[in-house]
Design a protein around this ligand. Sequence first.
Ligand code: ZN
Length: 315
Amino acid sequence: MMKIEHNHGINIKEDDKNVILDPSKQVKNGVVTHGHLDHLVKDSYMTPPTLDILGVRKGEKRGKRILYGFPHDVGGFEVTLYPAGHVFGSAMAKVEDVLYTGDFNPYGGKTCKRAVPYDCSTLIVESTYGKPEYDLPPKDEVIEDLLAWTKQQIEEGPVIMGAYQFGKAQEIIALLNEEGIKPYTPNSIAKISEVYNSYDIGLEYEVWNGKAKEDNYALVVPPGELRRPVGEMMREVRKEGGSSTYLSGWCAIYPFYKSMDLDAQFPLSDHAGFQELLDFVDRCDPEKVYTVHGSAEEFAGSIETKLGIDAEALC
Ligand SMILES: [Zn+2]
């Protein structure tokens, strides 16, 4: 019988077969779903972009590639990866009849295909926004508001935008490019963006060298730049009377603009919000659900009461 437990990652065993999804350390037969730092572990199986991101972020490109949609033997199990819509290269993993979402977003983005539900007997679903009060507004509306605000502010002067340096920052660059804006960005974000461009994503940006060539420009920076004590780029934009914003799903819940003294914030998320999580579970039509990360206990409770499916928190 198949056994699923949390042990150095999501550990799936059956007879002598074994796979560890999102392992917390280097293991045999690990599968890494995406390139956020808390997930990046060497010598596991992952998509080619995730392996390249590993090389940039950890300095050593060691791992085994699996392409989306092609079944692969991992520890005796047949494992297939599918787009997760979370960040470039992110994957959901199907281990025979078990689907693990990893971090996922059903809307996807400019740089990653959306996550679609698959029929499965057991679903292991992330629950970052697993509380009913963690409902997120529709992504297209958030993007519309963000771009309208940016285009208005950039008429007046520089705009600085704080976003996580892998995933969110590149989404912002892609969105700005569509509006004809080529933003500046520090080397930390540019290095990761180069991986995107090696796959012909075509992100256009200029590496920040302390000064912009024009008066009205956009600057995409890691969130730390906006927090006190603010960084050199934030100081420069403030000196020029520019405006500032922070982009994160948590902006739907917390007023960061107050504590960080920003002009605006937008709830742009690369995760599913509460209602999207529930819809996804419903459409996978599983017999059993395990919830992982964030509000795992609360979300398991909601799945049982709202969908009538047996659910429990795994970690
Ligand atoms: Zn993530």
